[in-house]
Design a protein around this ligand. Structure first.
Ligand SMILES: [Cu+2]
Length: 139
């Protein structure tokens, strides 16, 4: 009887460890473990466009490196992009000149490169689609 009891103690301990280990894994895992950083903004030098919207609504880019607006031929649309909000251009002295009013037009299959030289937060809009808004954080 004593031998059986001694054998059961390590088994019970291992079972307890296994259960607590599973609990920790479940708590740590989740949908948040992607490449995004900086408060939900995706770090990238490419701003993808869809037919009527930006694919990502907040991106973090590096200053003094080209940022590419990418309008795919299959899934893109016709856009006129500028700094602003809700379909209206708003001047931003620190933004690239291409983003000043009236903005630049881009069509499916085209790419447009601009370079932000000043760190800051920029609101980007499309005058064709008033609901098309995004934020670019330049670091
Ligand atoms: Cu648009």
């Amino acid at each position: 009887m004593k031998k059986i009891a001694l054998a059961l103690v390590p088994m019970a301990l291992m079972l307890a460890l296994a259960l607590s280990g599973c609990g920790k894994q479940a708590a740590g895992g989740g949908p948040g473990g992607t490449t995004s950083s900086g408060g939900g903004c995706k770090t990238t030098q490419t701003i993808a466009l869809s037919q009527v919207d930006f694919v990502d609504h907040c991106v973090t880019v590096s200053a003094n490196q080209p940022v590419t607006f990418d309008d795919p031929s299959a899934t893109g649309g016709i856009h006129i992009i500028c700094t602003g909000a809700n379909g209206a251009c708003q001047a931003d002295a620190n933004a690239p000149t291409e983003l000043g009013a009236p903005g630049f037009q881009i069509q499916p299959g085209e790419q447009k490169q601009v370079t932000f030289t000043t760190a800051g937060t920029y609101k980007i809009a499309c005058t064709v689609h008033p609901a098309m808004n995004m934020t670019v954080i330049v670091k």
